[in-house]
Design a protein. Structure first.
Lengths: 328, 285
């Protein structure tokens, strides 16, 4: 069942549109949203969380329009959908102890007696693998990983059905990233949580998300089963992103085309960075269309899909290990 | 599974003090002395009655000496005692003005900063109107219209003072409101007034508190100026500005009548400034 969906959503700050006509569905299980910095991922996440009103289009919670929810509906939405932001030190009030932050989440929708609060805070901290004694600490007295765990515990306090994870590990050390991802993976499996994972890291998506959408310059350029996108990308951008994942023992990663080029104002926005760009791409913006079990917005998707890796991208030098193992 | 109890870092008063700048400590100590003088005036003043309307015509204008450390004024009152009692008046005015204008400014500022949009525009435009007047001129005009009294001084200064706090708080609160923990509270469904009080206000307060302590000196100077001009405290209220005004004509012959209250104004204003400056330096670090 669809929990949260964007339908033809356009988002703008002032007169500048950042996200154009994006549709996205988050159901039970994991959904990935992939894109580079400035692609509109976070803006889209804010709209899905009800923090930003779409300029046009609709964000739906279940079957209802988020903008039309009454007081009760809104409270229900707030309990059901919780965010985990990039940086735990930002997401936690610096003046509140970890315990107070979690207690705030517990008491916002329900009355919880004072003596019971302490036990529930301790249980939530233990649930994210933290010592309950940390309840007395303020964010600056904890490590980045601990802060992010506290932020997750706080989100889980309202027993949500869906988490919006906005680059939940990008502010963390590599070793800590892996543990936080394991935690999220485990929590999602144990509680049957749905989640939208927003990231620029393909390895992470490959591991945690069944389906994914790739965002470029505020537009969905490809979406479908994550495994297909990673193994046989049909959009040049998806392909470039995949090839940009650094690998141990391999050659230096190729950048995603000429990354310095800004999105093109006319035609296909990716054409200035695209090795496949043709005249048609300059004249006509590609629409999302069905192809090989996914949706893709590229005039030459068939060619991209069938071109072997060696002719465009590099071949791994050692040629042995599976190159798509998640690495961050 | 048991884990050993974690040592929890506690902020003890000593640790807190050690981090504070020496300058701030010096200002705090100086201000502490003034506050003590004000609180204990009835007990430490050698002639407590002289804080009021007592007169001793036979002892008028005695120079500083063993009996009267700061000498006596025209009606024979002990200037030292009156300076001590004057600390009460001045500090009361300062605290009242800062409390009233600080509370009003912070409240409006925090609402403007969090709400944004038209609410922010309305509040900030009203603030601009008040800021467009020269502060002292507006205070003077108000003090002339109202009856001269300590309350008048407080009202007249507070009305010109709050817009600064509103503007400062609004800009700080606007940037605090964009931070993740505010979004996080909104996503939890915490009602907006609670978000403002619980998250935005406490995190916007530090610069305002520094500004308040920096402004204490300014309020004391302005209050003294109003009383000096006869628009504020009046006889027999012991008020430093009033004492300066009453003593100025005697400066060449009986210098102590005007000098000691003047010094008291100077020291207190200085203490506020040094404390505020020290706090600001600490904040900037």
């Amino acid at each position: 069942m669809t929990l949260l969906a964007a339908e033809g959503v356009t988002l703008a700050y002032g007169t500048t549109a950042v996200v154009h006509d994006v549709s996205l569905t988050v159901d039970e299980g994991g959904v990935g949203l992939i894109g580079e910095s400035g692609s509109g991922k976070t803006t889209l996440a804010r709209a899905l969380l009800g923090l930003l009103r779409p300029r046009s289009g609709v964000v739906r919670y279940g079957s209802r329009d988020l903008a039309g929810l009454g007081r009760a509906g809104r409270a229900e939405f707030r309990r059901a959908v919780q965010p985990v932001f990039q940086d735990g030190s930002e997401a936690l009030d610096p003046r509140m102890t970890a315990g107070a932050s979690i207690a705030e989440a517990l008491t916002t929708h329900h009355r919880v007696p004072r003596d019971e609060r302490r036990d529930r805070v301790a249980a939530l901290l233990a649930g994210v693998g933290l010592d309950p004694a940390l309840a007395g600490r303020r964010p600056h007295e904890m490590s980045g990983g601990q802060r992010q765990r506290v932020a997750i515990a706080r989100a889980l306090a309202v027993e949500p059905r869906l988490l919006v994870l906005d680059e939940p590990t990008s502010a963390l050390d590599v070793t800590v990233q892996a543990r936080i991802l394991e935690l999220l993976e485990g929590l999602a499996a144990d509680r049957g949580l749905g989640y939208l994972l927003i990231t620029h890291n393909l390895g992470v998506v490959g591991r945690l998300c069944r389906t994914s959408s790739v965002l470029f310059a505020g537009r969905v350029v490809e979406s479908g089963p994550t495994a297909d996108l990673l193994t046989r990308p049909a959009h040049p951008y998806t392909r470039a992103l995949r090839d940009a994942v650094p690998r141990l023992g391999g050659e230096p990663p190729r950048t995603a085309g000429r990354t310095e080029a800004a999105p093109a104002p006319t035609g296909c926005p990716f054409r200035l960075r695209c090795p496949w760009a043709a005249d048609r791409c300059r004249d006509e913006a590609p629409e999302l269309r069905e192809l090989a079990g996914r949706k893709v917005a590229c005039h030459r998707a068939e060619e991209v899909l069938t071109t072997p890796a060696s002719s465009v991208a590099r071949v791994p030098r050692d040629g042995g290990e599976a190159p798509d193992a998640p690495r961050q | 599974m048991t884990t050993p109890a974690l040592p929890v870092y506690r902020r003890t008063p000593l640790r807190r003090l050690a981090g504070v700048d020496r300058l701030a400590v010096a200002g705090g100590v100086l201000l502490g002395i003034v506050v003590l003088a004000a609180l204990l005036a009835p007990w430490i003043a050698p002639y407590p009655d002289d804080g009021g309307s007592a007169t001793h015509p036979l002892e008028s204008l005695l120079p500083p000496g063993g009996d009267h450390w700061f000498g006596t004024d025209q009606v024979g009152r002990d200037v030292f005692s009156r300076v001590l009692f004057g600390a009460r008046t001045s500090l009361f005015i300062a605290v009242a003005v800062l409390a009233v204008s600080g509370a009003a400014g912070v409240l409006l500022g925090v609402v403007a900063g969090y709400a944004g949009g038209w609410a922010r525009d309305v509040i900030m435009r009203v603030t601009d109107v008040f800021l467009a007047f020269p502060a002292l001129l507006l205070s003077l005009a108000l003090a002339v219209v109202l009856q001269p009294s300590v309350t008048t001084v407080i009202v007249a200064i507070a009305i010109t003072w709050w817009p600064w706090y509103a503007r400062l708080t609004a800009s700080v609160a606007a940037s605090v409101s964009t931070r993740g923990f505010v979004d996080s509270a909104r996503c939890l469904g915490v009602p907006a007034p609670l978000i403002v009080l619980r998250h935005v206000l406490p995190n916007s307060l530090t610069p305002v508190l520094v500004q308040l302590s920096l402004d204490g000196g300014g309020v004391i100077l302005t209050a003294a100026a109003l009383s000096y001009l006869g628009l504020g405290a009046h006889e027999p209220t012991p008020e430093w500005g009033l004492m300066v005004q009453q003593g100025q004509s005697l400066f060449t012959t009986d210098w102590w009548v005007v000098t000691f209250p003047g010094l008291a104004i100077l020291v207190t204003a200085f203490a506020f400034n040094v404390l505020g400056e020290g706090l600001r330096a600490r904040l900037a670090r």
